[in-house]
Design a protein around this ligand. Structure first.
Ligand code: NAD
Ligand code: TYD
Length: 336
């Protein structure tokens, strides 16, 4: 089978390609990625010369390039997106263009090429925010209520994907997953930023009171969930995918990192809060467990430690990132 992965040079996309090459040795993988600030071919250096792997640099909003790349493809797994909430607050326009228009261009091309499956990778952030004290969780029936430009653009893309299923019969599936962590995560997200800041001797910026809650999913568990959805789910289906954490606050995540790295809690630095900051996310992944037999297998404490170790060993991966354009972003985002 020929599989086209969009955004395959990003965090989850590159983990997915490495996973797929290992677990599907008969398949050809095309990585279609624009190489924005978040794309990094070093993530894939271990397979770059593999005969079953090909990289195409292209933008998903460019229908000519997309149309060419998709010829002969059976399965599309669509990761390409602008993915960081804080950047969407600083500049929403590119989120609308890439996440909404880009998805629609891909859907058109997939339809014209007659692909057998279009899998769309989405987020729990489309559902909005849960109350801190409640026991509620997001599931496949939760109404959409996106609250950041990033979440709104992902919600719009989900709606388009479903519209192509209902209107044109494109065989789509969607996963809405929680916050991923693991190797190759661009150091702008909480866990990768916290670990690399500590390795640089810098403090960790904590937004507001730090009592915000996320559901943390190890990236390999996410890749396995998508694999199962591709092989077993019916077109038109959506699955919520989450991790093994139970209401852990950002402060507690950071404390675990600091403890493992032998640093004091005073390395946390309260900074101004994110506007419209969603208080709590929690995922009910019982549908994918019930129907496809998936459950997360990587517990948070063990794999957080492994992730810390990865960033410790792979300074050559993240240090060049943090010394480039990143500095401008960091100054703009964390200015007092
Ligand atoms: P990322 O920012 O690390 O990577 C995004 C990739 O997309 C990069 O390689 C980038 O170069 C590429 N890209 C961006 N614009 C493009 C364009 N116009 N054309 C082609 N390629 C383009 O993102 P990630 O964290 O790996 O997230 C991947 C997907 O998973 C996204 O759709 C995101 O919304 C979703 N998701 C992420 C998380 C998370 O915790 N990281 C959680 C839920 C859902
Ligand atoms: P993030 O990794 O940006 O993911 P998302 O906003 O998509 O869930 O942020 C995770 C949580 O950590 C969120 O509540 C915001 C908070 N946060 C900080 O407190 N400090 C930071 O420097 C960052 C990047 C995030």
């Amino acid at each position: 089978m020929k599989i086209l992965v969009t955004g395959g040079a990003g965090f989850i996309g590159s983990n997915f390609i490495l996973y797929w090459m290992k677990n599907h040795p008969q398949d050809d993988v095309i990585n279609f990625d624009a190489l924005t600030y978040a794309g990094n071919l070093k993530n894939l250096s271990s397979i770059e010369n593999h005969s079953r792997y090909r990289f195409i640099q292209g933008d998903i909003t460019d229908s000519d390039v997309v149309t060419q790349a998709i010829q002969g493809v059976e399965t599309v797994v669509h990761f390409a997106a602008e993915s960081h909430v804080d950047r969407s607050i600083l500049g929403p326009a590119i989120f609308t263009k890439t996440n909404i228009l880009g998805t629609q261009v891909l859907l058109d091309a997939a339809l014209a090429a007659g692909v057998k499956r279009f899998h769309h990778v989405s987020t729990d952030e489309v559902f909005g925010a849960l109350e801190l004290k409640s026991k509620d969780k997001f599931d496949e029936q939760t109404p959409y209520d996106p609250r950041s430009p990033y979440a709104a653009s992902k919600a719009a893309s989900d709606h388009l994907v479903r519209a192509y299923f209902h209107t044109y019969g494109l065989p789509v599936t969607i996963t809405n997953c929680s916050n991923n962590y693991g190797p190759f995560q661009y150091p702008e997200k909480l866990i990768s930023l916290a670990i690399t800041n500590i390795l640089e001797g810098k403090k960790i910026p904590v937004y507001g009171d730090g009592l915000y809650v996320r559901d943390w999913l190890y990236v390999e568990d996410h890749c396995r969930a998508i694999d199962l959805v591709l092989s077993q789910a019916q077109p038109g289906e959506t699955y919520c995918v989450g991790g093994l954490t139970e209401d852990i606050s950002n402060r507690d995540v950071i404390k675990l990192i600091l403890k493992d790295m032998g640093k004091a809690d005073s390395m946390m630095e309260p900074v101004k809060d994110r506007p419209g900051h969603d208080r709590r996310y929690a995922m009910d992944w019982s549908k994918i467990h019930r129907e496809l037999g998936w459950k997360p297998s990587h517990d948070f404490e063990t794999y957080l430690k492994q992730t810390i170790e990865w960033y410790r060993q792979e300074k050559a991966w993240w240090q060049p990132i943090k010394s480039g354009e990143y500095q401008n972003y960091y100054r703009a985002q964390y200015a007092k």
